[in-house]
Design a protein around this ligand. Structure first.
Ligand SMILES: Cc1cc2nc3c(=O)[nH]c(=O)nc-3n(C[C@H](O)[C@H](O)[C@H](O)COP(=O)(O)O)c2cc1C
Length: 330
């Protein structure tokens, strides 16, 4: 099923990073970019604190929920719950290489079991009307030929999957940490390009190592969209630059905050609301640390936030004071 969601540009799911506050902040920077949750496992949703795992603000829309799991029944139930809560897409994680995830038989090790991924896809898509998508690697361990990757894609495509997000490096299941698995295996963008060329009907989103607007523009000559992770975390204003570079919308025509400072002011309002609900400033400052990346005073901005927020847990003026350290008129 090909969906109407705009996937030209998305923020990658990142555990402990792309929580609801981060997504709220990113949405202030781009009203079009597609946002993903961190990976949430099916058992956590079915047996844990559902509101804590799945709660989000309506302003974050559209948001895709990334699920971790390989039990068809559990995944289908989670997909249903997520659709009922208003998520725009369900994404299955077939890329995480951590030991914990391997023990649970999901994440990247599922690249070795395309039939199981196909039946998980089918179980979820049969339950919901929102699109179900797959985020995969291009292989694992020695199974890294283009043929085995095509076999993976073909098998899941046959089950009806129309959108693949491809982190274009393989994962090594033994001997590398998850962090090393994001840098050590080389990027092979051509795998994603060839999948798209062989399957023009598929929507292919490329992920891995994209750091500049020019790179993003280049990739979209070969694939349908790009997903960016670490570069957006380190320098969130890059979201706006890519939004503009990829022609996602004209700032002048919509109501999104126009400058970094306008975004910050809107986010401070959000912080006030969250703090009034009992949240500590510590959790709220993390996504904004990179907002003034590359500008004079950036170091002082960050240092003020990280030293003051733990001491003054409910005082949003910490953010306003930190802003004064940045020598920049927006
Ligand atoms: C801190 C961190 C946490 C991550 N957590 C997830 C996750 O929950 N699910 C997932 O599919 N990928 C996860 N990833 C991988 C990213 O989604 C992405 O595939 C990877 O970082 C490559 O993209 P990039 O080079 O643009 O960062 C994580 C990456 C980082 C840095």
């Amino acid at each position: 099923m090909k969906s109407s969601i705009d996937r030209r540009l998305s923020v990658a799911p990142m555990l402990d990073w792309t929580d609801r506050h981060c997504r709220y902040f990113h949405r202030l920077i781009s009203d079009r970019i597609l946002l993903y949750t961190e990976m949430i496992t099916a058992p956590a949703i079915l047996r844990g604190d559902r509101e804590k795992h799945l709660g989000f603000s309506p302003q974050e829309h559209p948001v895709a929920l990334q699920l971790g799991g390989s039990d068809e029944g559990d995944l289908a139930n989670c997909a249903q719950i997520a659709e009922d809560m208003g998520y725009a897409e369900i994404n299955l994680n077939v890329g995480c290489p951590s030991d914990r995830v391997q023990k649970g038989r999901f994440g990247a090790c599922l690249m070795k079991e395309p039939e199981l991924v196909a039946s998980c896809f089918d179980a979820m898509q049969s339950k919901v009307r929102i699109p179900v998508t797959i985020k995969s690697r291009i292989g694992v361990d020695d199974e890294d030929s283009f043929e085995s990757f095509t076999n993976f894609i073909d098998t899941v495509k046959t089950a009806g999957c129309g959108t693949f997000i491809i982190h274009a490096r393989k994962a090594l299941l033994k001997g590398l940490s998850p962090k090393q698995n994001r840098t050590v295996p080389p990027l092979k963008y051509d795998y994603a390009y060839r999948i798209k060329a062989l399957n023009p009907d598929l929507e292919v989103v490329l992920n891995g190592g994209i750091e500049t607007v020019i790179q993003a523009e280049e990739q979209t000559q070969y694939v349908d969209g790009v997903m960016v992770g670490r570069a957006f975390w380190n320098a969130p204003w890059l979201i706006r630059e890519m939004h503009n570079g990829l022609g996602l919308g004209n700032d002048a025509l919509n109501s999104q905050p126009r400058s970094r400072d306008e975004v910050l002011l809107a986010y401070i309002d959000y912080c006030r609301t969250m703090i009034s609900q009992g949240l500590s400033l510590h959790w709220l400052i993390r996504p904004i640390l990179g907002l003034y990346h590359g500008l004079p005073g950036n170091k002082k901005w960050k240092s003020h936030l990280v030293t003051q927020a733990p001491r003054r847990k409910t005082d949003v003026s910490v953010i306003e004071e930190a802003r004064k350290q940045v020598n920049y008129v927006s």
